[in-house]
Design a binder for this molecule. Structure first.
Ligand SMILES: [Zn+2]
Ligand SMILES: [Zn+2]
Length: 486
């Protein structure tokens, strides 16, 4: 009297109201990296209600948690996020920029959907194990601080994912695709300069300017750019200029660096050269430099075995069709940013060297979609995606796969008010439910074909090499709220 994969997925439909309600409540309480206290409460409550055993304070992080069901092997992980972005407060379901509270955070990356979509997958997987009386463990991981915090990097460093046989995740997007290829690894570091204040006209010789040090450091890094690999990216923000008075020699200044490159080792090498530049700037200005390592994340290790399983499910599991009202809503949103085919074009660019013609053939009919129903074909690519994700660290520890799932009007810019405004729409809810089903179906296929788990692990071992995962975040570094509440 067992149940099939398709019957297990129906558990997600059964819980749809509870799931969308939880996602909307997370949207209503936007919290930035490592401050996700209400969101943690909402999601833990949902997990408990659904029969998962909740464990809080993972890796000693107050807003990291898990929900566990079952016992024994395999151990299947679903990764969820729920942090928001600062300054993106926005009313839902309107077609103009209008903050609910000016300056407050908003869900501009759809993580209200991300967390709950992954819980949906865990619910279906639990249903499958429970109703079939099968052995196996399903764990939902609540991973905080993805935006600028690399929560999973800290969790991976502390061994949280070590017991997993494989992990599955997703991200809200404006099209449907399995994530292929790598992403950029990154490091984030504060450089702080301490000088001596003095009257800038009466006694300038007594002063040592920390702001000069920041400027010289940045100038040094501009010259470094010519001598790093093409794919590297070096970003910075001056987070403290030392004050508003030009007649004071600034005694303190601070700059935050974000360094990216395709591989962990490449980031490390550039990081060490930037440290030398910072030391040089301190030496030149007679100031003292202190650095604070904020966080790091690894590049993604893709897993073709799991990508193929997920692609098959992305193509067969159905998303609930969009209604006329939803298309009209999406069109109105689309018009606020003038529409855009950028995201599909970005897909095409990444495939330029490999399978462009084939991808183009599938995607061409979707270029004018308002809600993009395209399923991007699965093809390997050597070009890493332009951004970074802390899913990268999990992907070094166990075979990991993720999908982009459509939750918004086509071409919606990431981290925008339009993204926030659509976060409680039925389009978003449909995408979230679809994502849960695709993820659960992928996990069930892996479960039913244990040789795939073996193969996925062999592929991982080959890709990471004998050294395996070396956490890029040094021991002792603690997660840091970039935007702490006053
Ligand atoms: Zn984001
Ligand atoms: Zn995101």
């Amino acid at each position: 009297m067992g149940i099939t994969k398709e019957q297990a997925l129906m558990a997600i439909d059964r819980e749809k109201a509870v799931l969308t309600n939880a996602s909307d409540r997370v949207w209503d309480n936007p919290e930035t990296a490592f401050q996700e206290f209400k969101s943690t409460e909402i999601l833990c409550e949902l997990l408990e209600k659904e029969g998962f055993e909740v464990e809080k304070n993972l890796a000693n992080i107050a807003t990291a948690f898990s929900g566990r069901y079952g016992s024994g092997k395999p151990v299947i992980g679903f990764l969820g996020e729920y942090d928001a972005l600062s300054g993106l407060s926005q009313e839902a379901d309107i077609f103009e920029k209008k903050p609910i509270i000016d300056g407050e955070p908003g869900h501009g990356c759809g993580h209200n959907l991300l967390g709950v979509g992954s819980i949906a997958a865990a619910i279906a997987m639990k249903e499958y194990l429970e109703k079939n009386g099968k052995e196996g463990t399903v764990i939902f991981y609540g991973c905080p601080g993805e935006e600028g915090g690399s929560g999973k990097g800290f969790m991976a460093r502390d061994g949280v994912f070590d017991e997993l046989d494989f992990a599955v995740s997703w991200h809200p997007a404006d099209q449907n695709s399995v994530v292929v290829g790598s992403s950029l690894a990154n490091y984030q570091i504060y450089y702080r300069f301490y000088g001596v204040s003095s009257h800038a006209a009466a006694s300038p010789e007594m002063g040592r300017s920390a702001l000069d040090a920041v400027e010289l450091m940045n100038t040094g890094v501009q010259y470094l750019r010519e001598h790093v690999i093409q794919e590297a990216r070096i970003h910075y923000a001056i987070t403290n200029t030392g004050g508003f008075s030009p007649n004071v020699v600034q005694p303190f200044a601070e700059v935050l660096y974000l360094i990216r490159a395709p591989k962990n080792g490449q980031v490390k090498e550039i990081y060490e050269r930037i440290n030398d530049i910072a030391r040089g700037a301190a030496l030149m200005t007679g100031t003292r430099m202190e650095m604070q390592f904020v966080k790091a994340c690894s590049n993604l290790v893709d897993n073709t075995v799991m990508e193929e399983v997920m692609q098959k499910n992305l193509e067969t599991v159905q998303c609930e069709p969009y209604t006329e009202e939803e298309l009209a809503f999406a069109k109105q949103m689309y018009d606020t940013y003038g529409g855009s085919k950028l995201s599909l074009q970005a897909v095409l660019t990444r495939y330029e060297k490999s399978h462009k013609a084939m991808v183009e053939e599938v995607l061409a009919p979707h270029m004018n979609d308002i809600i993009c129903t395209a399923i991007v074909p699965l093809m390997d690519t050597e070009t890493p995606m332009a951004g970074s994700t802390d899913v990268g660290d999990v992907s070094w520890v166990c075979p990991t796969v993720q999908a982009n799932i459509c939750t918004e009007s086509f071409g919606t810019p990431g981290h925008s008010w339009q993204m926030v405004a659509q976060g409680k729409s039925t389009i978003a809810h449909k995408g979230m439910i679809f994502a849960g089903k695709v993820m659960a179906a992928t996990a069930i296929d892996m479960y039913e074909n244990p040789e795939l788990i073996v193969k996925a692990k062999e592929e991982l071992a080959k890709r990471v090499g004998p050294e395996g995962y070396v956490a890029p975040i040094p021991a002792g570094i603690r997660p840091m709220a970039i935007n702490p509440k006053k």
